[in-house]
Each structure stands twice: as structure tokens, then as C-alpha cells.
Design a binder for this molecule. Structure first.
Ligand SMILES: C[S@@+](CC[C@H](N)C(=O)[O-])C[C@H]1O[C@@H](n2cnc3c(N)ncnc32)[C@H](O)[C@@H]1O
Length: 269
């Protein structure tokens, strides 16, 4: 196994922190184990040689390294409390207050799309076919990894990813094809996927009603996390909600968000 020197380790930690917000300062072993096979594949004799390759070859190689160093695990109906809150609190309130029938939802750090697609199913279920037609329910889903975005757009899932999907939705929104489940077009076309590095300025012109950013900031350093939470605040409408992962918290002294319940925050009206 090729040894990662202290200098190389610091270089990679700085790079991942400053470009992506991801804090790998306690992940030395993970870096070595995940990148080792790439070094062999690329016939690089040291990490420095591999980093030089990444810098030279631009986007493609950078994305491949990012994919090795990030965690993309996700599944449908993950952390179901959020989807219950969407159904029981967010959507009834939207019905009363959103005269334009334009509900803007963003899944930030969407990975392979299950979170965004689950939100669409909840909204379709809530509104039913007749009322859904009155609403613009499209969800924006973004990630820094182009590989996961491509998978998300394909909408082909392993059975494990659907283990918490109610049988009724499984029948209605998926088609079984051998060992895989294919998501139907009715749900797929409601999600727009785009690449967005959350550390870069947001290009969105209109504010959101709801932002999911779950199990993403858990990998970020505190400073990157604080900056991102402030950007989410600005990207929400007054009264809009931010959902974070259940093991994540937002420090009350570093943000203007109002705490609603664990992992749910609201921008003041
Ligand atoms: C564990 S997945 C979370 C998926 C989903 N939100 C959930 O809770 O199941 C984390 C995702 O965050 C993405 N990510 C990490 N850093 C990012 C950044 N700086 N900008 C955008 N996405 C990022 C990763 O590529 C990965 O797909």
C-alpha cells in the first residue's frame, strides 16, 4: 500500500475543505483506503503524483476523486418524520397561503434522488390527481457529484432502497424489472436535477418554500456549515423550512433560524 505523507494529507484536507466544505482532517485512513485502488489504476507511484494528475486533468479526474471521498448512501422515505411534517404541516399551510400555487422545494445534496422523489410522492399523495394539477410541484435536486446525478435521472433502484416505501406507492410509482425497480415517468418528470457545489454561490433567482439538506453538512467543517446555513436562510421565503439530518443540529447563536423540532428549522415570517 502506498503511504500518504503528512504533507500530502494536509494538501488533500485543505483542498477538500476549501473547495467542497468537506472536513477530512480525521479521516486519514479513509483517504488511504479509498484512494489506494485509484492510484494503482492510474499507475501513480505516490499521492503527490496522483494529485498532480487530478490538477492537470480537470473536471473528470476531480469528480472521480470526489466520488471516492464522499458518502452517497441514501434511500426512499429516509427519516420519515420530515415527510410526515411535509404532509401534516407544510402542505396544509401552503394550501392556505400560497395563492400562486407555486411550491418551491430544493433537495440540496440529493445523491441518487430518493429524497427528492419521495417528496414528490408525498405531494402527489396529499393533493391527489385533481388538486395536484393546480400546483407547480417541481422539485429541484442538486449534488456536487455528476455520477450520482446521472443515476438519479435514470431512476433505477435496488430493492433495498425501497424497503420503507408503502406497498401502495410501490405498485403505483414503480415497475419491477428483474432485480431492479424502475421509477415511473409521472414522478421522474417532477424533479429537475442540476450540479451545484454548495460551497459556491447559489444561482437561484426565486426563493424556496422548503430546503432539504440532510446528511450532507455532517461531513462539513464548522465554518463551512455556518456559511451554508446562512446561505440557506437567504435562499428561503419568510416562513420557509430547512430540514437537516436527524443527527445534525444548527447552533442557535450562529443562525437566525427558529428551531421547530429536532432537525427542522424555520425562517421567521
Ligand atoms: C449521504 S448523501 C445524502 C443524501 C440525502 N440527502 C439523504 O439524506 O439521504 C450526501 C451527499 O452530499 C453530497 N455533497 C457533499 N459535499 C457537497 C457539496 N459541497 N456540494 C453539494 N453536494 C455535496 C455528496 O455528493 C452526497 O451525494
Amino acid at each position: 500500500m502506498i503511504h500518504l505523507t503528512d504533507r500530502e494529507f494536509r494538501e488533500l484536507v485543505d483542498y477538500m475543505g476549501s473547495h467542497y466544505g468537506i472536513d477530512l482532517s480525521k479521516k486519514r485512513l479513509l483517504i488511504e483506503s479509498r484512494l489506494c485502488s485509484v492510484l494503482a489504476e492510474k499507475k501513480a507511484s505516490s499521492f503527490s503524483e496522483y494529485f498532480a494528475m487530478v490538477r492537470r486533468n480537470g473536471c473528470g479526474e476531480r469528480n472521480a476523486m470526489l466520488d471516492r471521498l464522499t458518502t452517497n448512501h441514501t434511500y426512499f422515505m429516509r427519516e420519515p418524520d420530515h415527510f410526515r411534517f411535509l404532509r401534516d404541516v407544510v402542505l396544509p399551510r401552503q394550501e392556505k397561503t400560497n395563492a400562486g400555487r407555486d411550491l418551491r422545494v430544493w433537495s440540496a445534496g440529493c445523491s441518487t434522488g430518493e429524497e427528492a422523489y419521495t417528496a414528490v410522492m408525498v405531494m402527489k399523495d396529499y393533493f391527489g390527481a385533481r388538486r395536484a394539477a393546480d400546483w407547480d410541484l417541481r422539485v429541484l435536486a442538486t449534488d456536487v457529484s455528476t455520477r450520482v446525478l446521472e443515476e438519479a435521472q435514470r431512476g433505477v433502484y435496488a430493492p433495498e432502497s425501497l424497503r420503507d416505501v408503502p406497498p401502495r406507492w410501490k405498485r403505483r410509482y414503480f415497475r419491477e424489472d428483474g432485480q431492479a425497480f424502475l421509477l415511473c415517468g409521472e414522478v421522474k418528470r417532477e424533479v429537475v436535477f442540476k450540479r451545484q457545489n454548495l460551497m459556491e454561490p447559489f444561482p437561484f433567482l426565486k426563493p424556496f418554500d422548503l430546503i432539504f439538506c440532510r446528511n450532507v453538512m455532517i461531513y462539513f467543517g464548522q465554518e463551512a456549515k455556518d456559511r451554508l446555513v446562512a446561505k440557506f436562510y437567504d435562499a428561503l421565503k419568510p416562513g420557509g423550512y430547512l430540514f437537516v439530518g436527524h443527527s445534525e443540529t444548527i447552533q442557535p447563536d450562529t443562525s437566525c433560524f427558529q428551531y421547530i423540532k429536532p432537525s427542522i428549522y424555520q425562517k421567521g415570517t
